[in-house]
Design a protein around this ligand. Structure first.
Ligand SMILES: Cc1cc2nc3c(=O)[nH]c(=O)nc-3n(C[C@H](O)[C@H](O)[C@H](O)COP(=O)(O)OP(=O)(O)OC[C@H]3O[C@@H](n4cnc5c(N)ncnc54)[C@H](O)[C@@H]3O)c2cc1C
Length: 458
């Protein structure tokens, strides 16, 4: 037996990108089908309820960083409830010489913090007067040392980059990995001067934006966002547990073949959108030329281990901020720890605490291959010490591993983006999306879903 269908658009992958796109297409009453390899939708977003704790095994929070995130929550207001963290999350800790220090939030705190050297504090004051860089492939460490100094790289940018990319500043290229920062220097000549000028320009233009740096989740966990998207995109458009998917150009469109319920499934469509990781592209789009495929599948990913810890009775240090990040130079076994129960509601039994510990990443990659027992021992040692716990007796201990967690936008990004353009120009109607381009955060994924829907409908 085999199944045959015809549709206008096929979306491959039902993570946040594919779901957002599907939701927007359904709003416009488009004719589309979503194919997902896993039994569930949501991709790396996954909320678990266990023993009175609600925890995330993938991303914990996003940033309301663009208008589309706000629009999405407006669209879904009857299906899930946005939860915006209070100002307490502005408090973030950075470990220096084994001691947590608050990351400075203003000029005075920047001058008095023990995180940066006296020389670099003076250097930061001179930042607006330094010439902009000319190398578009300059790495993040080079850019930061040039403008702000080494201690700023070590105790501000390095932990920040660990928190976002689980990455290495000497690999990431700001033009692609942190385009807003790169553009500040390119457009205004300085980070500090550019930030001030941009704020003035925004005020003068009178344009109001709802985008902020605020942290969001969803009541009951991010899994409720992906459930809401699934619902609003129309369950009838989805096929899950579809394996061996591959696409072939056919007439003026495409044939998409796979295995569904032990049967062959073939779909004829005018357009195809992939939202899968770069490493999966060669299997799904085997007709692409080798050189372009190499540019895509060469994208490096950080492998990340996330450990969720729940305590019914917390006896450690006060959890009064977003969490703590650990610079690589501190030489610890964990990258950082978030305090979700300190800024999100209903995640633990009363008086309980929930921690999310990150390990691995580009510079501690070997940790990914350690046994659960070994990881447990490392977490116990680090958390007991860092969180000042009298005894390590969590009521919840959960390990999740992501082999292709976070893509690293390095010097190969230009070639990858050019390859996407080349392929899309050659095969009209094929769109290569997902986090191999346009940003790695949830807000970026939502924006890409919105932009693609516009493009496909027009
Ligand atoms: C551990 C972790 C922590 C993170 N933390 C944060 C955070 O704090 N804040 C933030 O903003 N972002 C964070 N991110 C990043 C953010 O979660 C992701 O960028 C985003 O969720 C990715 O969505 P996506 O749809 O592009 O990809 P995915 O979620 O990877 O979805 C892709 C989908 O495609 C499917 N698929 C793959 N191959 C095939 C195939 N051959 N056929 C059919 N389907 C296929 C997959 O099963 C999956 O469902 C984190 C990511 C990870 C892994």
């Amino acid at each position: 037996m085999s199944l045959y269908k015809e549709t206008d658009i096929v979306i491959i992958g039902a993570g946040l990108t594919g779901l957002t796109l599907a939701h927007k297409l359904n709003q416009k009453k488009s004719d589309f089908i979503v194919l997902e390899r896993d039994a569930k939708v949501g991709g790396v977003i996954n909320t678990v309820e266990r023993d009175g704790f609600i925890f995330e095994t993938g991303p914990n929070t996003g940033v309301l960083g663009n208008e589309q995130v706000m629009d999405l929550f407006d669209d879904l207001s009857l299906l899930c409830k946005l939860e915006v963290a209070g100002d307490s999350v502005n408090k973030r800790y950075v470990l220096k010489d084994g001691k947590w220090e608050a990351m400075p939030t203003g000029l005075w705190k920047g001058i008095t913090t023990p995180l940066f050297t006296f020389g670099d504090k003076l250097r930061i004051l001179g930042e607006p007067f330094r010439s902009p860089g000319t190398n578009p492939n300059e790495t993040l460490d080079q850019l930061v040392v040039r403008r702000m100094g080494k201690s700023f790289l070590q105790y501000a940018v390095d932990p920040f980059i660990l928190g976002i990319y689980a990455g290495d500043p000497s690999y990431l290229v700001p033009k692609y990995a942190l385009p807003k920062l790169y553009n500040l220097e390119q457009k205004y000549g300085s980070f500090i001067g550019g930030t001030i000028k941009m704020a003035k320009e925004k005020k003068k233009s009178g344009i109001k934006t709802r985008a902020t740096r605020k942290i969001f989740s969803v009541e009951g966990g991010l899994g409720n966002l992906t459930k809401a998207l699934h619902h609003s995109a129309g369950f009838e458009h989805f096929f899950t547990s579809v394996t061996n998917i591959n696409v072939t150009p056919h007439e003026n469109g495409f044939l998409i073949q796979g295995t569904y319920n032990n049967e062959d499934i073939t779909i004829k469509s005018n357009k195809v959108v992939t939202t899968i990781g770069a490493h999966k592209i060669p299997m799904v789009l085997p007709f692409i030329d080798d050189s372009s495929l190499k540019s895509l599948s060469g994208l490096k990913y950080a492998r990340v281990v996330q450990v969720s810890l729940g305590f019914r009775n917390w006896n450690g240090m006060k959890l009064d901020g977003f969490g703590g990040l650990i610079p690589h130079s501190e030489n610890r076994d964990i990258l950082g720890v978030l305090f979700p129960s300190a800024f999100l509601t209903g995640r633990t039994p009363e008086d309980g605490a929930l921690l999310s510990v990150f390990m691995g990443g580009i510079r501690n990659d070997d940790i990914f291959d350690l046994s659960d027992n070994r990881i447990q021992t490392m977490v116990e040692k680090e958390i007991k010490d860092l969180m000042k716990l009298k005894a390590f007796n969590p009521d919840l201990f959960n390990i999740s591993r992501y082999h292709h967690a976070i893509p690293q936008y390095g010097a190969d990004s230009e070639a990858r983006i050019n390859a996407v353009d080349r392929i899309q120009n050659k095969y009209k109607g094929l769109f290569i999306a997902g986090n191999l381009r346009n940003g790695i955060g949830m807000a970026d994924r939502i924006k890409q879903g919105f932009d693609l829907a516009e493009e496909l409908i027009s």
